[in-house]
Design a protein around this ligand. Structure first.
Ligand code: SF4
Length: 114
């Protein structure tokens, strides 16, 4: 069995926050502009595309987008990330897809878009 086959989940980290909370130990940075976000999303997509081994997503894996505040990404940026996962076959039939969100960063249109 390839070592990757032991994985049953994909975790994607989005390290941006509107404000850095004093108690927070997660890797996250406040004050990052759109340029930084775009560069990060491009790097993340490149990383996804560089993965060699298929993951057993169709056998019940989960996809978790955490942070940070992933809901700071635009729907277009998220769509690009999920497209990359799909291209690699990592989005065939996940059991669950989760995205952390700060309530102050979403509205109804965003939630419907998700
Ligand atoms: S990840 Fe959550 S707890 Fe940490 S700085 Fe961002 S909003 Fe605050």
């Amino acid at each position: 069995m390839h070592p990757w086959e032991a994985y049953q989940g994909i975790y994607l980290h989005i390290p941006f926050c509107q404000h850095k909370c004093s108690y927070c130990d997660f890797i996250s940075y406040q004050g990052q502009d759109e340029v930084a976000r775009t560069r990060y999303v491009k790097a993340l997509i490149k990383e996804i595309r560089s993965c060699e081994a298929p993951l057993p997503v169709s056998r019940g894996a989960t996809i978790y987008v955490g942070g940070g505040t992933p809901s700071l990404l635009s729907l277009e940026e998220l769509a690009a990330i999920f497209s990359a996962l799909k291209e690699k076959g990592y989005f065939n039939a996940p059991r669950e897809v989760t995205l952390e969100a700060n309530p102050g960063t979403v509205d109804e249109a965003y939630l419907r878009g998700l």
